[in-house]
Structures are given as structure tokens and as C-alpha cells.
Design a protein around this ligand. Structure first.
Ligand code: HEM
Ligand SMILES: *[C@@H]1O[C@H](CO)[C@@H](O)[C@H](O)[C@H]1NC(C)=O
Ligand SMILES: *[C@@H]1O[C@H](CO)[C@@H](O)[C@H](O)[C@H]1NC(C)=O
Length: 370
């Protein structure tokens, strides 16, 4: 199978045409914009970076990214708009209803963090959520600069419960749910690059910020590699872990692995695409960019929206470190479900190191580990 990388032609064309327009001065006296409607997002980017994310790819940024998904996936082609209108801010506007769904456990942190900005800026909840996610991602080394379209109307009703995939769901159920929102299995793999910058706060009893890979503050391809390593069966599951997680090779180091990520990595529909992502940062960043552009406008009428991507900060530079087997692991642990040749990767030297962890009860996970 051959996978095509998206070339940034569209982005180039957009830049070229934007250059033909005069920039307008924004009311804040600080920014200029190609379209006056984007001024508010230039201001919002500054406030998000200084007051919410501290320019970091840390807890608050991770949570803002997760929120983009949990809002947008509240949409179903089969059930129709009465059951949810996608990336519409409903998760914030109807939090009391949507958080009854256990799949949304933990997203209240991001909602609480961002909601005050709705009073400060004349924008909709859907625009706030998707823009915050794009700004958050720009703080993660190696991440693409995400597209941002402005103009989502406020949701008028909550999304139905049960539309957000759960880590314990069978893989076919997850694929069907994503398909019903417009995403193919391989687009889901592209979206799961998000789990490169992710930690669980809710799944394991008495532990917070348990990472899904060894580098939760870098947008890299490690997550695609580490999920392919054979789990350490001799480690008992931590209390609360099952059934959402499966044994993983970095358990002793403090990481966890979601059942859903594991199943998607090995399903015949996705195994080769998953493997293709390993040590392929261009494919990971390009795929994530394109799939996030789709996710951010699920259920929305893009003909009524304005491209304000220019307000998304230029991401911090990539670390440019090839994928490596974490110390204490190695190619002998590879568990592959795709026949394509596997890239030859180095192993980090030394003994297995513990991934620094937050202490349960840490109030500011953003500074943790410090
Ligand atoms: C099959 C689909 C998915 C499942 C089952 C899933 C499940 C999960 C779970 C269980 C957590 C841990 C939450 C916690 O305990 O705090 C998590 C974290 C996260 N997810 Fe997903 N996820 C999926 C897809 C996505 C997508 C499409 C995105 C983004 C576009 C995303 C972004 C994140 C992020 C950034 C975190 C980390 C949050 C943090 O560190 O606080 N996930 N996911
Ligand atoms: C969306 O709803 C919030 C909360 O009621 C409100 O503060 C905000 O002004 C609304 N935005 C738009 C664009 O309607
Ligand atoms: C599996 O976990 C046990 C218990 O912590 C540890 O002694 C062993 O070295 C681990 N095995 C591998 C291959 O990491």
C-alpha cells in the first residue's frame, strides 16, 4: 500500500491570495489582520498563551486539544443534527448534560480553564474551543500549524450521550462511530498523533498525568512506536486500569497504553498505516494537520466561515530526533501486524528510566513534573 502525503499546496495558494489583500489594522492597536473578523483571534491567541498555556505544551495545552475532539465528535450523520451539531461548543454550553457521558471524564478541566474567555471575547464557544486547541498545539515541538476557520454559531442543544468513543470500546465500534462522523480508520490514526502529547488523569486510581508515551511534551512519532511494543505481562494491572488499558512495555517506567490505541495499531484496516507513521514525522504532522482541519469543522457550514489560520501561532521548532526504542526496550519487543519492512531504529542507551510523574493531589498539573 502506498500512502500519499498531503502537500501544502492549498496553504501556499491561500498565502498567495492573502498577499493581494491589504491588511487591516485591528482595534487593539497591536495587530493587523487580512480580515477584520480575525482580529479578535489575534488578541485571543495572546491571552491564551500568556494566561492559559504559559506558551507550554503541558497539561492545559493537552487538555485543550482533547476538548476539540470531545466537542466535535458530538455529531452523527445517521442520527441527524438533533443529536448534535459537531464542533459547536455544545460541550461547554451544555456541560451539565454532556459530562454525564463517562467518556467525557476529565474534560471539565479544559472547560473551566477556557470558559471565562467567552465573557472576554465576542466569540462563540465552538470557535473558542477549536482555536484554543490550535494555539495549544503550536506549543508542542514538531506539531504542524493547524488551520483555524472562524464562524461557528453557538450550539442550541447538547450532543446526544454515547457519541464519544471510549478506550474500552471494541475497535469496530470505534471505526463505525468515527465513520458516522465522517472519518475513515486511517484518518483516525492521523488524529491519534494527539496521543503523543497526552496523559490520563482519570483512568488509574490514585495516579494523575500517566503518559501514553515516553515524550508527552513533544509532538513526535514515539507514540506510534511504543504502542507496537509487547506489553510486560508480569506487571499486574494497576487498580482502575482495566478494561481501558492493556499491558504495555513502559509500565515499569510509568506509562500506560489504551486498549483502543493498541487495537487500532493492530487492526487489519489500520496496522500498515500505523506502522508507516513510525519515525515518519512528515506523515504524522501532515496527516494530523489535515484530519484536524476536518475535525474542527464537523457539522459546520464552512461556506459561512472565514479562514483565520493566520492567528494561530507558528509552532515551536521540532526537536528533530529520530524515533528510538526507549532504554530497556528494543526491536525484540516489536509486535507487528503489518508485513511492510520496519525501520531500523536505535535504542536509547542505559537502563530503563522512570518517566517523571505527578504526585496525586498535585493541584497544578501544568507544572508537573517540574
Ligand atoms: C478512539 C478515539 C479516542 C479514544 C478512545 C480516546 C481516549 C482517551 C482517553 C481515555 C484519554 C485519557 C483521559 C484522562 O484520563 O484524562 C485521552 C486523552 C487524550 N486524548 Fe484521546 N481518545 C481518542 C481520540 C482522540 C483524538 C481524536 C484526540 C484529538 C484530536 C485526542 C486527544 C487527546 C489528548 C490531547 C489527551 C490528553 C489529555 C491530557 O493530557 O490531559 N484523543 N484520550
Ligand atoms: C455564545 O454563548 C455564550 C454563553 O452564553 C455567550 O457568552 C457568547 O456571547 C455567545 N457567542 C455568540 C457568538 O453568540
Ligand atoms: C517487566 O516488569 C518486571 C517487574 O517490574 C521487571 O522486573 C521486568 O524487567 C520487566 N520486563 C521487561 C521486559 O521490561
Amino acid at each position: 500500500m502506498v500512502f500519499k502525503l498531503s502537500v501544502g499546496l492549498l496553504a501556499l495558494a491561500t498565502l498567495a491570495s492573502a498577499a493581494n489583500f491589504k491588511r487591516v489594522a485591528c482595534p487593539d492597536g497591536v495587530h493587523t489582520a487580512t480580515n477584520a473578523a480575525c482580529c479578535v483571534f489575534h488578541e485571543l491567541a495572546d491571552v491564551l498563551q500568556t494566561q492559559k498555556f504559559d506558551n507550554q505544551c503541558a497539561e492545559d495545552a493537552h487538555e485543550a486539544l482533547r476538548l476539540t475532539f470531545h466537542d466535535a465528535i458530538g455529531f452523527s450523520f445517521m442520527a441527524g443534527p438533533s443529536q448534535g451539531t459537531g464542533a459547536d461548543g455544545s460541550i461547554m454550553l451544555f456541560e451539565d448534560t454532556e459530562l454525564l457521558d463517562g467518556a467525557n471524564n476529565g474534560v471539565d478541566d479544559a472547560i473551566d480553564n477556557l470558559r471565562p474567555l467567552l465573557q472576554q471575547f465576542p466569540i462563540s464557544a465552538g470557535d473558542l474551543i477549536q482555536f484554543a486547541g490550535a494555539v495549544a498545539v503550536s506549543n508542542c515541538p514538531g506539531a504542524p500549524r493547524l488551520q483555524f476557520m472562524a464562524g461557528r454559531p453557538n450550539a442550541t442543544h447538547p450532543a446526544a450521550l454515547g457519541l464519544v468513543p471510549k478506550p474500552e470500546d471494541p475497535v469496530d465500534k470505534i471505526f463505525a462511530r468515527m465513520e458516522d462522523a465522517g472519518f475513515s480508520p486511517t484518518e483516525l490514526v492521523s488524529l491519534l498523533a494527539s496521543h503523543s502529547i497526552a496523559r490520563s488523569d482519570t483512568l488509574i486510581d490514585n495516579r494523575q498525568a500517566v503518559p501514553f508515551d515516553s515524550t508527552p511534551f513533544v509532538f513526535d512519532t514515539q507514540v506510534f512506536l511504543e504502542i507496537l511494543l509487547k506489553g510486560n505481562e508480569s506487571l499486574p494491572a494497576a487498580s482502575g486500569e482495566a478494561p481501558a488499558q492493556v499491558p504495555n512495555p513502559l509500565a515499569a517506567q510509568g506509562a500506560m497504553r489504551l486498549q483502543s490505541d493498541f487495537a487500532i495499531a493492530h487492526d487489519p484496516q489500520t496496522a500498515c498505516f500505523w506502522q508507516f507513521m513510525v519515525n515518519n514525522p512528515n506523515a504524522v504532522a501532515g496527516g494530523f494537520h489535515d484530519a484536524m482541519a476536518k475535525l474542527a469543522v464537523v457539522g459546520q457550514d464552512t461556506s459561512k466561515m472565514i479562514d483565520c489560520s493566520e492567528a494561530v501561532p507558528i509552532p515551536v521548532p521540532a526537536v528533530n530526533k529520530p524515533a528510538t526504542f526507549p532504554a530497556g526496550t528494543g526491536p525484540e519487543l516489536l509486535q507487528l501486524s503489518c508485513n511492510s519492512p520496519f525501520p531500523s531504529l536505535a535504542t536509547d542507551p542505559g537502563k530503563a528510566t522512570t518517566i517523571p510523574e505527578c504526585v496525586d493531589g498535585d493541584t497544578n498539573l501544568n507544572d508537573c513534573p517540574s
